[in-house]
Write a protein that binds this ligand. Structure first.
Ligand code: ADP
Ligand code: ZN
Ligand code: ZN
Length: 670
């Protein structure tokens, strides 16, 4: 062999060839390789006796990095699969999948190894209390423990039904077999501290590492290497952790598998949930996807027996079933300062009983828009097709899409009128309203504004701790409060702005809303009988509310699947979305129309449908205009064959007229 084949983080189809040095060059080793006039970090993925390049022009491999770090063949396989599936270059998946510190040449920094050694000691935790498992929990653990090789499972159970206990039971069986390791994926970084605590209490002597973006580069590299060397037996992380190197992987857990956060934003738009399933297949290990409201794709697999369904029908312990969700008809109860009378009454009743109330509103700031009472002026973002929200603290207008902000003008920029009025409700305004209504109550707000900054995660944890400790009577928050936390004493929940999603054009909006409402409702009622969950809506007759009132995901899922089947929507068809960004919308659409013409010449052979190029929902964002083109096929293989032919043609055409374009396979919003 004379040549090493190396992948780098560039959009190129084939690995690059380099002349092998007189050193041993293991497969999966990491090198600083010359590319053009610069050095790039590359991974050796193969060897060859011949190169298509003129031998005189092949350059030497460069310098080895991270001596002794060899990425395992199955890890390379996973990255290659993802690259093929999402139609990116292998290196565009593999290099960004490494923790940031390992994908840069080491300077004078400490080696990651020294830091790993420092972080390795397991902290002892007091032992936890183990509940006596219910039959269905024990059966689920048994099924997972007995699974041989690749067996995907869906663990379906409402919040509080004891899913985490099932994961812990299955993990315990795996840990009993040295040196097996477990990968545990969660959607949000703020779920990791709580879960890490629970894992550490259950397995006090087991080394556990977390991997998420809230860690310093040093911590992350150290944790990654502990997993890679097999010393960490449990690897707990957010979506990027699906790419961690885990040599003795024996079980994968994906909690809240339906969560949109598993879909990567920026870079390769992969689904960590889907890649986790693929990884389980590559590694021939069982995987369990858990949810109270599975993604319809996942549910469909379970219905067809492709995933084994493990259902937890009852709520664990003394909790009983979660409270049914009631729709509050806003046509009948017009809201006052955003709160309808039944919601106010439910909050008052909870406070009277000495219990807690939760008000959920998916909009931070004081009000979503500021209006001039004299003319038509509204506070628009100058860079987006969106309003800039009014933040009372700091008297600022802020665009939540691009980050633009400005001081609130002293008078209307159009007519000079001084009465500018906030329109609509944000969490800050609701907080103020609650303080006026219940001056004695202790009120806390949790949203991205209240938890901003470097120590945001700690602030959020402290706020959650205060709620758990009973130091808060009313909690108001955005979706940050919807996930993960059990609030033992919350017995009234008000959900204020569900309608925004109910009227959304996206066909997945009802699915997402059902999941969100179920999740918010799941925060309540652990304390007993009198819990109420109220959703303010102008559409109380929407079928979604009927299913929610019956607490029946299965009915809702079936209705949705029937609708999607009739309308030929996913999961009954497979989609990819081509997006273009340009200075003007015309330029973006012109690029997409040209792409569509090129596509229709090859489409016929592959049985795919190309739709019209259209503006994206938020067409202008941060002073750029965005359009999209949807491609769809009844068969996944047809779609991919088409993309394999179409994308090289597009790349050849280049990006003239646009700033950039990209493709998303299995887009989550179209
Ligand atoms: P989920 O992950 O489905 O929300 P958890 O596993 O966190 O549910 O369980 C919810 C609560 O019920 C936890 O406090 C847990 O300790 C408790 N629990 C779980 N299983 C049982 C059981 N069999 N008996 C009593 N309590 C249980
Ligand atoms: Zn005006
Ligand atoms: Zn903006």
């Amino acid at each position: 062999m004379r040549y090493a084949r190396v992948i780098v983080d560039l959009p190129i189809d084939q690995p690059l060839d380099y002349r092998l040095p007189d050193l041993p060059v293991p497969l999966g080793s990491v090198w600083a390789v010359p590319v053009g006039r610069r050095k790039q970090v590359g991974i050796v993925v193969g060897f060859a006796a011949e190169s298509a390049i003129d031998p005189a022009r092949v350059r030497p491999l460069g310098e080895p990095l991270w001596d002794g770090l060899h990425l395992p063949p199955k890890w390379l396989d996973l990255c290659r699969f993802a690259a093929g599936y999402y139609h990116y270059a292998w290196g565009q998946v593999a290099l960004p999948a490494l923790p940031p510190r390992l994908r840069r040449p080491p300077g004078k920094r400490k080696s990651a190894r020294t830091e790993a050694a420092a972080a390795a000691a397991a902290v002892p935790y007091p032992p936890d209390v183990r509940p006596t498992l219910r039959g269905e929990q024990a059966e689920a653990i048994q099924a997972l423990a007995a699974a041989q090789g690749f067996v995907p499972h869906l663990l379906f159970g409402v919040t509080g039904s004891g899913k985490t206990e099932v994961y812990l039971g299955a993990i315990e069986r795996v840990l009993a077999q040295e040196p097996s390791q477990v990968l545990f994926l969660v959607p949000e970084i703020n779920l990791t501290p709580q879960l890490q605590g629970r894992l550490a209490r259950r397995f006090p002597t087991v080394p556990i590492v977390s991997l998420h973006s809230g860690m310093t580069p040093g911590e992350r590299a150290a944790a990654w290497i502990q997993a890679h060397e097999g010393r960490a037996r449990i690897v707990l992380g957010t979506r990027t952790a699906v790419f961690s190197s885990i040599p003795h992987l024996a079980l994968i857990v994906v909690d809240e598998e339906h969560d949109a956060s598993f879909k990567a934003q920026g870079g390769v738009p992969y689904s960590a949930r889907d890649l986790a399933v693929k990884r389980a297949q590559i590694e021939a290990v069982p995987i369990v996807l858990g949810s109270a409201t599975p993604a319809l794709e996942t549910w469909q697999h379970a219905q067809h027996g492709r995933y084994r369904l493990l259902a937890l029908a009852q709520r664990a312990g003394a909790h009983g079933l979660p409270p049914a969700i009631e729709a509050v008809d806003l046509n009948h109860y017009p809201p006052e300062q955003g709160l309808a009378t039944p919601v106010r009454e439910a909050v008052a009743a909870a406070l009277e009983r000495g219990e807690q109330a939760l008000i959920f509103l998916n909009r931070r700031g004081f009000a979503p828009v500021l209006r001039c009472g004299a003319c038509e002026w509204l506070s628009r973002c100058p860079h987006c097709d969106a309003f800039a929200a009014y933040h009372k603290a700091g008297a600022a207008l802020r665009c939540h899409h691009c980050g633009w902000s400005a001081r609130v003008p002293a008078s209307c920029p159009d007519c000079g009128n001084q009465d500018l009025e906030p329109v609509g409700q944000g969490t800050q305004r609701i907080e103020e309203t609650l303080r006026e209504a219940w001056p004695e109550a202790r009120i806390a707000r949790i949203d991205r504004d209240s938890t901003r900054g470097a120590r945001g995660l700690q602030h959020a944890e402290a706020a959650f701790d205060a709620v758990h400790a009973g130091e808060v009577d009313i909690l108001v928050g955005t979706q940050m409060v919807a996930k993960g936390h059990d609030f033992q004493r919350v017995s009234a929940v008000g959900i204020l702005n569900a309608d925004a999603q109910l009227v959304a054009a996206d066909f997945r909006a009802p699915e997402r809303l059902f999941a969100l409402l179920t999740q918010v409702a799941g925060r309540a009622g652990r304390a007993g009988q009198q819990s109420r969950v109220l959703v303010q809506t102008r559409f109380p007759l929407h079928p979604l509310f009927a299913a929610l009132a019956r607490n029946c995901f299965a009915d809702f899922a079936q209705e949705q699947l029937d609708e999607r089947s009739a309308a030929r929507m996913p999961p009954f068809v497979h989609q990819a979305l081509l997006r273009a960004t340009a200075r003007t919308l015309e330029a973006a659409l012109a690029f997409l129309e040209a792409a569509a013409r090129m596509g229709s010449e090859i489409a016929g052979r592959h049985r795919v449908t190309l739709y019209d190029a259209v503006p994206m929902p938020l067409a202008r964002l941060a002073s750029e205009s965005r359009g999209q083109l949807l491609v769809e096929s009844a068969r996944r293989a047809d779609l991919h064959a088409f993309l394999d032919a179409w994308l090289p043609a597009l790349r050849e055409r280049g990006s003239s007229g646009v700033l950039r374009w990209d493709l998303e396979v299995d887009p989550q919003s179209v």
